[in-house]
Unconditional design. Structure first.
Length: 278
């Protein structure tokens, strides 16, 4: 079995989905005065995690507009927390590609990719991920295939679920999609390949493109394509697995190109979003 980060992530994802289905959402986790609600964890860690989730939701739902400079003092006041957990959250978001930091300028929300950047992102993935799934074919064990199958089933379930807020509903979609691709990259046996694939932060970046045009992130189509990749892995056929992965990425690129055609020019700037005072 492929061990490490992604086996643990699968269990965390299940707990997160269960928590959301029980009615707990990021917006309510800070409490009235920014106090953590889970006494079983260190208070500082719970608060930092809660701030991270709230700020991430605002970025993903574009309430914090792309390319906007973040005023830490103002944002901390709005969240009723001190600057320390907010800075910790922003550092985490920077590692995920959602926030950028420049010397003497502080933190800003990462810009949305333009059409050229998005195309280049997919072209890079097409060079890397078919090789990853080829190498993973002979390394995956039955338990690994079960975990991958579970992620596909979760994508189907979330895609068919019309209840819940935009971010909460599709957060699970993005998590399942990311898990599938990152797990395969880790299973390739190449740590460098795994780091490059996961470091692209492709799924959280592309989610924001969907939200910008008011579209639903791809779920059913991607789940079907993931299932085709999984069938090839289950059959132990590296050529078929690599071909199915490339087909999936080509079709996903075509879907994203259609999204850009829904925008005015496919080149988005902060002018496209409500202004936020610095």
């Amino acid at each position: 079995m492929v061990r490490g980060e992604y086996g643990r992530r699968e269990r965390r994802a299940d707990r997160a989905v269960a928590s959301r289905s029980a009615g707990r959402g990021p917006a309510g986790e800070l409490g009235r005065r920014g106090e953590p609600e889970n006494p079983s964890l260190p208070a500082r860690q719970v608060l930092a995690d809660s701030v991270y989730e709230v700020v991430k939701q605002q970025i993903m739902d574009l309430k914090l507009a792309p390319s906007t400079r973040l005023n830490i003092d103002q944002l901390a006041r709005e969240l009723a927390v001190s600057n320390t957990p907010l800075r910790e959250a922003l550092v985490r978001l920077e590692s995920e590609g959602l926030v950028t930091r420049r010397s003497l300028q502080g933190f800003s929300v990462a810009p949305l990719p333009d059409l050229r950047d998005m195309t280049q992102l997919f072209e890079l993935r097409m060079m890397l991920e078919p090789k990853a799934v080829w190498a993973a074919t002979k390394r995956l064990q039955p338990e690994d295939l079960r975990l991958l199958r579970s992620s596909v089933e979760r994508m189907v379930k979330v895609a068919d679920d019309s209840a819940g807020g935009h971010y909460r509903r599709h957060q699970a979609l993005v998590a399942a999609d990311t898990f599938f691709h990152d797990f395969i990259a880790e299973a390739s046996g190449s740590q460098l390949l795994r780091r490059v694939v996961s470091g692209l932060h492709a799924h959280v970046t592309l989610y924001r493109v969907y939200f910008k045009v008011g579209a639903t992130p791809e779920g059913g189509d991607s789940a079907d394509e993931h299932a085709a990749i999984l069938d090839a892995l289950d059959a132990g056929n590296p050529q078929q697995a690599a071909r199915a992965m490339r087909t999936h990425l080509e079709r996903s690129l075509a879907r994203h190109r259609r999204l850009y055609r829904q925008s005015d020019d496919g080149d988005w700037s902060p002018r496209d979003f409500p202004e936020r005072a610095e």
